[in-house]
Design a protein around this ligand. Structure first.
Ligand code: ADP
Ligand code: MG
Length: 270
């Protein structure tokens, strides 16, 4: 197979957009699997109480399961919480459980509440990894702030539909706030257009608008709307393993290749 570069140091990427249903989880899971299949060592951190990334990666959970909640709220080590992803060597996942829904509130009273995930990464020794992908919840609360403080790069999936850019302004404002107060190195490295329907004029217009707004950070690859992509999670799989020949899998492979190869272009958010 083709060899993909490994980054010089671990790239920590938050996949964020406070709008639900835009493809954050699908993007996190499929990029992670694609990178792992190309010899990169990858950790997925599921930061959404819904736990959809954990489910899609085949993480079995019960009400007693330990999860990222125990790291954030009870200071448990990530190493004790991560698990291998079945069928995908090089890929591990720290799952989410529904406890995490309470974490937004519980974190408020804790010391260094915005940087608990960052501290956990420091204790982990991330130099053993090439990528950490953080699947953020659809909100801009303390969980997402923890992701933004712990990462360097933000990847924004944008669904190619009407109102696509609505709400993105709020996300950019929050990224700016975290950057100026808590994490000066934070930047938007990547925008990915998802659920693209090439038959509609609207999708093309939205893509055009997003490209003129964000410029070079938008990946050339767009993810098409594909039934196979939406079926895969119910089999506890990414579309990369569920149906590698499908248009969705090939698109995520291309997107992951771009992510791995492109020089990290830096956007100075205004
Ligand atoms: P988010 O994490 O932003 O809420 P998801 O990744 O869970 O979004 O995607 C929302 C829904 O759309 C899910 O049911 C998912 O399976 C489906 N979906 C995501 N990407 C695609 C795609 N390219 N084609 C078809 N369905 C998709
Ligand atoms: Mg999600």
């Amino acid at each position: 197979g083709e060899t993909w570069p490994r980054p010089e140091r671990c790239r920590i990427i938050s996949v964020a957009n406070q709008k639900g249903g835009v493809g954050k989880t699908t993007t996190t899971v499929n990029l992670a699997v694609a990178l792992a299949m190309h010899n990169n060592r990858v950790l997925v951190v599921d930061l959404d109480p819904q736990g959809n990334a954990s489910t899609a990666l085949g993480m079995e959970r019960s009400p007693e399961s330990r999860s990222i909640y125990h790291c954030l709220v009870e200071d448990e080590e990530l190493r004790a919480l991560e698990r291998p992803v079945p069928g995908v060597p090089n890929l591990r996942c720290v799952p989410a459980t529904i406890d995490l829904a309470g974490a937004e509130i519980e974190l408020v009273s804790l010391v260094a509440r915005e940087s608990r995930l960052k501290r956990a990464f420091e204790a982990y020794d991330v130099s053993e990894l090439d990528y950490i992908l953080i699947d953020c919840p659809p909100s801009l609360g303390l969980l997402t702030v923890n992701a933004m403080v712990a990462c360097e790069e933000v990847l924004i999936p944008i669904q190619c539909e009407y109102y696509a850019l609505e709400g993105v302004g709020q996300l950019l404002k929050n990224i700016e706030l975290v950057k100026s107060h808590l994490n000066p190195g934070l930047f938007i490295s990547t925008v990915l257009l998802t659920m693209y329907d090439g038959r509609t004029r609207l999708a093309a217009q939205v893509a055009e608008e997003v490209r003129s707004h964000f410029g070079d950070v938008v990946l050339r690859t767009m993810i098409p709307r594909s039934v196979r992509v939406s079926e895969a999670p119910s089999y506890g799989q990414s579309v990369m393993t569920y149906d590698p020949g499908s248009s969705g899998a090939m698109a995520y492979l291309d997107a992951a290749r771009e992510l791995a190869f492109r020089a990290q272009s830096r956007v100075e958010n205004q």
